[in-house]
Design a protein around this ligand. Sequence first.
Ligand SMILES: CCCCCCCCCCCC/C=C/CC(=O)SCCNC(=O)CCNC(=O)[C@H](O)C(C)(C)COP(=O)(O)OP(=O)(O)OC[C@H]1O[C@@H](n2cnc3c(N)ncnc32)[C@H](O)[C@@H]1OP(=O)(O)O
Length: 306
Amino acid sequence: MLLTLFESHTHFFLSMFQKMILTKIISNTLSLHKKQLIEWLPAVRYFSSPTNPLVNVDVNDKSGIAVVTMNRKPVNGLSLELFEAMSKALDDLENNRIRGAILTSSCPTVFSAGLDLNELYQPDKKRFKAFWTTFQDVWLKLYGSSFPTAAAINGHAPAGGCFLAISCEYRVMCPDYKIGLNETRLGIIAPIFLRASMRNTVSNREAEKALTLGTLYSTEDALKIGLIDEIAIYKVKAIERCENFLAQFNNVSSIARSFTKRSLRQKDLEELENCREEDFNIFWSNLIEPSVQKQIGDYMQSLKKK
Ligand SMILES: CCCCCCCCCCCC/C=C/CC(=O)SCCNC(=O)CCNC(=O)[C@H](O)C(C)(C)COP(=O)(O)OP(=O)(O)OC[C@H]1O[C@@H](n2cnc3c(N)ncnc32)[C@H](O)[C@@H]1OP(=O)(O)O
């Protein structure tokens, strides 16, 4: 209530004085450090992002909504370089306090094929460490963003592709594609932060079923279990529906919204923050198991043979 009243006069700009008062009130309530808190204070500064060939960021000056497009052909395989570009884009969006972001893909039939299998097969430890750490960074920044997020899923979204979508707050998917966390089908255990995003999206029971079976859902079935929120006939419509979702926040205090989101996701974020090194070690030791390497190699071959 207090925040809503306060913000109604400061919707577009918060003076330093106002920020100081807000910092005091909210940090007392949520026991956050000042630096963390300032990062969560909304303001709007629209910007044009320097172009990176792997991730295009297009901010609509009028709405303040950014469309973030992954652009790594043919299937947006999540490589170290793509994660680095996404991590940088998320920093830019956060620093410029945009009003919302929509994640989508430039590939015509694939949102993202998940982790680039080349990163997992016969990996070099130093590169894999950088890869895994940046993967964690992207999740922490996307799942924990102060701005609202939506995914316009314009193609298949298996494994890491699904993970990106469920780290957002809303999902609109085009028909006739597949989405899901199929890691167990590849002999891979979904990491802690993937599991958290799934539990935050569908019921605990559905998450358990989906993760243990490694199910890839059709668009229609994904809607039935709540893995996506809407179906849109094609990409432009999916982006429009995401914009409509994000526009609803124009009538909501952005401070109250972002703190509420943060408090709901805080436990998951802290869980990973507190075990990043351990998370890496577990995955590294599993990944280099000869049986796992063989499975990944065979799987890559089967994809190429198609
Ligand atoms: C006790 C055991 C414990 C084990 C623990 C191990 C833990 C360590 C690792 C931890 C990892 C944890 C998380 C993992 C999550 C992941 O994301 S793994 C990746 C999973 N991804 C998939 O299964 C998707 C595979 N791809 C597809 O199903 C299809 O490509 C598609 C449906 C996305 C698209 O189909 P289509 O449009 O027909 O394209 P294709 O012809 O199949 O592909 C084109 C081209 O791209 C290559 N490719 C596809 N996917 C990937 C990929 N993920 N990475 C790299 N490359 C990929 C494909 O081979 C084709 O290449 P060519 O053109 O033939 O050269």
